[in-house]
Design a protein around this ligand. Sequence first.
Ligand SMILES: *Cc1c(COP(=O)(O)O)cnc(C)c1O
Length: 418
Amino acid sequence: MTTRPLVESPAALHPAVAALPVSGDEVVVGGVPLTRLAARVGSTPFFAYDRQRVTDRVGEVRAALDGAVRLGYAVKANPMPAVVQHLAGLVDALDVASTREMHTALDTGTDPRHVSFAGPGKTPDEIRSAVAAGVLIELESETEARRVVAAGDELGVVPRVAVRVNPDFAVRGSGMRMSGGPQQFGVDAEQVPDLLGYLVATGVDMNGFHVFAGSQNLDAELIAHAQRATAELVVALADHLPGPVRYVNLGGGLGIPYFPKDRPVDLGRVGESLATVVGELIAPALPDADVHIELGRYLVGEAGCYVTRVIDRKVSRGRTYLVVDGGMHHQLAASGNLGQVIRRNYPVLVGNHMASPDMEQVTVVGCLCTPLDVLADGVQLPRAEPGDLVVVLQAGAYGLTASPTAFLGHPAPAEVLV
Ligand SMILES: *Cc1c(COP(=O)(O)O)cnc(C)c1O
């Protein structure tokens, strides 16, 4: 088994492609050559998540954090129950953003004390479930705070809460910004002291603070800067609480490389900076605080691929199209329609022709009757025919569950953890 595809193509230059093991002509996923895996799954398209790669990634993060910080998994990145179960055994906490995700998290056997529930627009019923479950509720507004208190009174349970803060600074470099300025997320920092007064008066179990700056950040310096500013803000807010702060969640948002110019995050730098922030700022001021970061995409994104089969190959006025049996209804992000301004290609490969020297330029399209359904535009790939397997990489996070699966009414894909 070699660790490098033999073909020279723009895609082959992508570190995600170079990182994949190859056996003969086939890419190997979870230790299984791709055509064998496709036969085992029994139908295409499907998502495959590589268990070992998830384990390895958590190990890398743990090594970089060096015990200074607890590690949570943000379930929304990939809520497949087997994936969440696997991660539950590797991380310290699970972060959920809906009742269904909360059930998935609790089904793993994770102690509710190590489950947190964030997200705007929690309904009164969701809040009631969360209070009954005993998970940590990350309050996104004053209305939520009142509903949590009411649910606690009704159920005779002391709710466990933290306040999600919308800081008075923005973090640059996030693909998706979720803090600073006006936001639907969190409570504006300047309003937090009043809210704390209310929470303390009601007797809820106020644990601490949560700040999540944004997703898909590849710049370790900007991440480090955000974490320092967040820690300073939390230390200042803690002055408004009579009791000790026991929970500080600094967010995460570490990105993965999707496009050829993307460079992986310097994890060592993030770890060093976190250790400094905890050692110099948080530990002296808030000695009882457990400091957390929570990662979604970074833990699972690179461990997953989306496997499709070529159904048709056609040449239209000089352009070659591979029409596959999957598409944007399963992997919206690769089509460029999930928050990309200018469409760029995710890394793709022909998973059963990894050693073929016969290259050509093709456009890979899905089976939906819309011009939006493009999986890769003008890429160099080994020549593929109907029956061959086209694989979209970096599909382990925000893939299936972030896609419009009902669009055009095709069947749902399988998902396997290998
Ligand atoms: C989405 C989300 C995450 C995970 O973000 P990633 O970029 O996938 O790591 C973490 N925390 C909260 C509150 C979120 O909403």
